[in-house]
Design a protein around this ligand. Structure first.
Ligand SMILES: *Cc1c(COP(=O)(O)O)cnc(C)c1O
Length: 390
């Protein structure tokens, strides 16, 4: 079975984890800040806060930006549900901006139109969460310019995109956003098993993120509430936080993986290039890349030209699966999920997202995918696309 994505673990990774297991600290030790510093330095961001998942990072990013009841958060429908759920955790409402038909990322044109409309209605969003789908950055200068005009804050969901670049700079610089979030789930670019991180250049936001990560407890005397001297101890709970901490075991794996981040991305890009070449004349749309983008290629999504083939979307998907190729669909539009449909979202709400959803298939891409395995994927796909009506 060939999955659509999987981790790459070497002996150095294993030794890094074992070293922590033999050390004094399994959690709240030195490996977490070391991993945070490595990622912050790589990305050129001032602060990095490691947590136990990107979902947790998105949640505390919303909280740090003050998202709460009565607020509105916008994201793209073509994303993992966590990009929208984080706003629901905070009691806010969620809405969706349709995608750009070339990049499949949140469309800045659609965003501009929707903002103008929302301004008239008096329900502008507090936060927008662009998602760098497959590892290709959104048009961040465009989104940032609109944030200046309309006064919303920006959380980049870069779960797919660590190691990628935008206009030559690493994704995660937070040059055009308040906070950037990464995921370290095993299918993502580097892994900690489960894990995530929130990056920011804002010292206040970094403090809030750390507070929400660990129960809302602080040991910083400067922010503790005034108390009589004999009522001041080494910690105080000033807010309602969570236990979203990353362990040192996970952080050690992440720190070790960081050393191969650039190699992982280079390998993914070379696999993507081979797909581009070998599928060029097939009835599929291969991933279009913006000149500003250097994608980490977390996913390689093809769109079927259904008018030119004899199989349905589902038949191509099932044929590949029957051939041992565990293809996937990234993603069902979030508002089509039953949980979101209950809120009144209707089929067809975002036309471009629906069109994408009816044609997209993610084919395998990960550093350990061998040339022979990739050839098997291509052969199986070509035979499905060329099948005669029967
Ligand atoms: C994977 C993913 C997440 C959630 O990541 P976890 O670390 O599994 O919580 C969020 N957003 C997107 C776009 C993702 O792909």
């Amino acid at each position: 079975m060939i999955p659509y994505g999987r981790q790459d673990i070497n002996q150095a990774d294993i030794e890094a984890v074992v070293e922590v297991l033999r050390s004094d600290f399994l959690t709240q030790g030195p490996a977490v800040p070391a991993f945070e510093e490595a990622v912050a330095n790589y990305c050129g961001a001032k602060h990095a806060v490691a947590v136990n998942s990107a979902t947790s990072a998105l949640h505390i990013a919303c909280l740090a930006l003050g998202v709460g009841k009565g607020d509105v958060v916008w994201t793209t429908p073509i994303t993992f549900v966590a990009s929208a759920n984080c706003a629901m955790y905070c009691g806010a409402t969620v809405d969706f901006v349709d995608i750009d038909p070339r990049t499949y990322n949140l469309s800045v044109d659609r965003l501009a139109k929707k903002l103008a409309q929302a301004e008239k209605m008096g329900d502008l969003p507090k936060v927008i969460i662009p998602v760098h789908l497959c590892g290709q950055s959104c048009d961040m200068t465009g989104i940032h310019a609109l944030s200046q005009q309309y006064g919303f804050r920006i959380i980049e969901d870069a779960s797919h995109a660590v190691g990628g670049r935008y206009q030559g700079d690493p994704i995660g610089t937070c040059q055009y956003s308040d906070i950037t979030v990464f995921s370290f789930h095993p299918v993502k670019i580097i892994t900690t098993g489960e894990g995530g991180m929130a990056l920011t250049n804002d010292t206040h936001l970094a403090r809030e993120l750390r507070l929400f990560r660990s129960h809302g407890i602080t040991s910083d005397a400067a922010v503790m509430h005034p108390r009589a001297p004999d009522e001041l101890w080494n910690y105080q709970q000033t807010d309602l936080g969570f236990n979203y901490r990353m362990t040192d075991i996970h952080a050690a794996l992440g720190l070790s993986q960081m050393q191969r981040l650039d190699d992982f991305v280079a390998k993914r890009r070379s696999i993507a290039k081979r797909y581009d070449e070998l599928l060029a004349d097939m009835p599929v749309v291969t991933p279009w890349q913006h000149l500003d983008s250097y994608s980490s290629f977390h996913l390689y999504v093809i769109r079927l030209k259904l008018g030119q083939i004899n199989m349905t979307h589902r038949q191509v998907y099932e044929t590949l699966r029957a051939d041992g190729i565990f293809v996937n669909l990234h993603y069902i539009p979030v508002y089509r999920q039953p949980y979101y449909e209950q809120m009144g979202f209707k089929v067809g709400y975002c036309a471009q997202a629906e069109q994408y959803y009816s044609e997209a298939i993610s084919i395998p891409i990960y550093p350990g995918l061998t040339e022979a395995q990739q050839s098997h994927v291509i052969d199986s796909l070509i035979s499905a696309l060329s099948s005669r009506p029967g």
